[in-house]
Design a protein around this ligand. Structure first.
Ligand SMILES: C[S@@+](CC[C@H](N)C(=O)[O-])C[C@H]1O[C@@H](n2cnc3c(N)ncnc32)[C@H](O)[C@@H]1O
Length: 280
């Protein structure tokens, strides 16, 4: 396990608008995950689907493109994300299904009804104990149902390493305390494979590095403002002077690590995928 800290500090606040600024690059891995999910057990009834850490709901809604009449529930910890998801996407879907969004902490969530699919995109890296929940999640699937998720696997990349180093400088360590510590917990791809297969699933695990080409000024900084920087931005809160100082220092480091090229700024991003089908 890539374990940077043993316990997460209090949950960061999220900014749906900032997060959605890179929705194109952020949606593609979800589509790649979807493409590998096998047929669901639901044949003569609408499928029941959970999306853990659904965020603003823009990928949750893509589930309705594949399972048109499904009842889909997005679960998330962030009131801001849930508000945006509810406003944009809740209600009847084009195929006659239904989408709703509910507050839940994935660290403690267990299915309270049988699901055909439990899915999670780019969220479980924020849930330190998620591998311990696999057994309960698979237990809550119908026979032949699927657990499918994608997590970033880029925590040793310069964007993360530089953020960690900056937070550990005496200036920022004193200001941020543990809020500046990263608390990412993911397994290696092969460990996900073993754990899920041990639980009796037919398991497909893979990893991909997306060679993302970002446009605009300081696009990597803009990207991380939507995700990895949330704990720092949450900790600095309304102290705009400190926010500007931190962002200025981090921006300079990122400019050196990710210089713009002739076609934009290349921001390689490794992601790990797992699709585990419960036996029928
Ligand atoms: C990077 S966003 C991904 C959102 C969405 N799944 C997507 O692919 O666009 C991570 C989401 O995970 C949520 N999250 C983080 N920790 C969580 C937890 N313990 N329980 C539920 N949701 C959580 C955040 O609130 C945020 O909306």
């Amino acid at each position: 396990m890539h374990s940077v800290e043993t316990a997460a500090p209090s949950a960061p606040t999220w900014d749906p608008q900032q997060y959605l600024r890179h929705s194109g690059h952020r949606t593609r891995p979800f589509l790649d995950l979807l493409a590998r999910i096998p047929h669901l057990p639901a044949q003569d009834r609408p499928a029941r689907i959970a999306d853990l850490g659904c965020g603003p709901g823009n990928v949750t809604v893509l589930l309705a493109d594949r399972w048109a009449d499904a009842h889909i529930t997005g679960f998330d910890l962030s009131p801001d994300m849930l508000e945006r998801a509810g406003k944009d996407w809740s209600g009847t879907t084009r195929g006659g299904g239904w989408i709703d969004f509910r507050p839940a902490d994935a660290a403690h969530w267990t299915p309270t009804e049988p699901y055909d699919l439990i899915v999670s995109n780019a969220a479980l890296q924020w849930v330190p104990n998620h591998p311990e929940s696999f057994a309960a999640w698979i237990d809550g699937l119908r026979p032949g149902g699927t657990l499918a998720f994608q997590v970033p696997g880029n925590f040793t990349s310069p964007s993360h390493a530089l953020l960690g180093q900056l937070c550990e400088t005496p200036e920022w360590r004193a200001r941020l305390g543990d809020q500046g510590r990263r608390f990412v917990h993911i397994l290696d791809a092969s460990d996900y494979l073993t754990r899920l297969t041990d639980l009796g699933c037919e398991t497909d695990v893979w990893e991909t590095t997306y060679c993302q080409l970002l446009q605009g000024e300081d696009p990597v900084l803009d990207w991380v403002k939507g995700t990895a920087l949330r704990p720092v931005l949450t900790a600095l809160g309304d102290d705009q002077e400190a926010v500007d100082a931190f962002l200025g220092q981090y921006r300079d480091l990122l400019r050196e690590a990710y210089p713009p090229g002739p076609y934009g700024t290349v921001f390689p991003f490794r992601r790990i995928f797992a699709v585990a089908r419960k036996s029928s």
